[in-house]
Design a protein around this ligand. Structure first.
Ligand SMILES: [Mn+2]
Length: 334
């Protein structure tokens, strides 16, 4: 090995320590231009889609920029480096100057992601509350989409909650809210519920008919209780059969994880055990080879993220899996 190669390897190890350098997502170049970009990492600093007490979700992108350098790694199971095989940029944040106006913010998020879609660049985003997923998929899925070739997207939705509350006119004032997006995307034609799965739903609900809207829309629902009863392999088979070869979007609400793993999250469900990290990693890795058009990680609450900013680190670990799934598929075709 030459001296230069040794220096390169050393820098990959040493400079990936999280406290080193100016923070960007995974230490990628911060470049808002969309040229020469295979995967775009996007911050969506939005909080007004979930007007409960948990109002600091707009700080998520900054928190994950702080910690994600630590997660700039090779994929141990796939045995490759997405950073070497793809051009991956931190394209910055969606600007949301009307921050307290959810409807205006969702429009801005959609406009932003339409540009990524037009350029054919799959995004991996960090939120932000879960309302962002509605804005993102309005921009990149459905009849005008480049990334889905005009199709509806299949959705794999990790969450403790269904987010399909179309029986509510608004959620604390927000209409295209964190509680509504899973419904209106189906009714508008961006998501094909017949190819989609919601997984991880748990906790004592506020009403006994809490799952009805999801079934009315046509989703498959794997509650956490069903997952525990039927097992992870049966769940993975069901997910993969249902998605098939449809263009797939993965959205990951951190509240699907157990609060001991991800404490800095809005709307925690502490009454029954959430997923372990290894369980969600196994499910995500089972998607290898799928036509993944993008993903997001949402609902991080940096102001509650103690100790060790562990939720930001877990959020980065989930983003890394999404990045690797997309990069692995791209390298298979080059
Ligand atoms: Mn959610």
């Amino acid at each position: 090995m030459s001296t230069n190669a040794q220096e390169t390897d050393q820098s990959k190890v040493m400079e990936a320590l999280y406290w080193w350098g100016i923070p960007t997502l995974f230490r990628c170049p911060n470049d808002t231009g969309l040229d020469d970009c295979d995967i775009a990492l996007v911050g969506v600093p939005h909080s007004s889609g979930n007007g409960t007490t948990e109002r600091d979700q707009h700080l998520g992108p900054r928190a994950v920029r702080d910690m994600s350098a630590y997660a700039r790694r090779v994929h141990g199971q796939f045995e490759f480096s997405p950073w070497d095989t793809c051009r991956i940029k931190d394209v910055g944040d969606v600007a949301l100057p009307e921050a307290m106006d959810n409807e205006k913010c969702i429009e801005r998020i959609t406009d932003y992601f339409k540009k990524l879609d037009a350029a054919g660049i799959p995004p991996v985003s960090i939120g932000g509350d879960h309302a962002i997923t509605g804005g993102i998929l309005q921009g990149i899925a459905g009849k005008d989409s480049v990334l889905t070739s005009g199709q509806k997207a299949a959705l794999l939705h990790f969450d403790a909650h269904t987010d399909t509350f179309h029986n509510l006119d608004h959620f604390m004032g927000a209409k295209k809210s964190a509680a509504h997006w899973g419904s209106y995307l189906v009714r508008q034609g961006q998501v094909d519920a017949s190819k989609s799965v919601q997984i991880g739903i748990r906790g004592n609900p506020r009403t006994t008919d809490w799952l009805a809207p999801s079934y009315e829309l046509g989703y498959e629902v794997i509650t956490k209780a069903r997952f525990d009863e039927e097992g992870i392999d049966a769940s993975i088979d069901l997910i993969n059969d249902r998605i098939g070869d449809a263009p797939l979007y993965v959205t990951f609400d951190l509240d699907c994880l157990d609060p001991t793993i991800a404490p800095g999250v809005s709307n925690l469900e502490p009454g029954c055990e959430g997923f372990k990290v290894d369980q969600v990693m196994k499910i995500l890795r089972s998607l290898r080879g799928k036509n993944i058009i993008g993903g997001d990680v949402v609902c991080i609450m940096p102001t509650k993220d103690y100790p060790n900013k562990i939720t930001a680190q877990v959020a980065a670990a989930v983003m890394f899996e999404m990045i690797c799934l997309i990069a692995d598929k791209k390298r298979a075709f080059t």
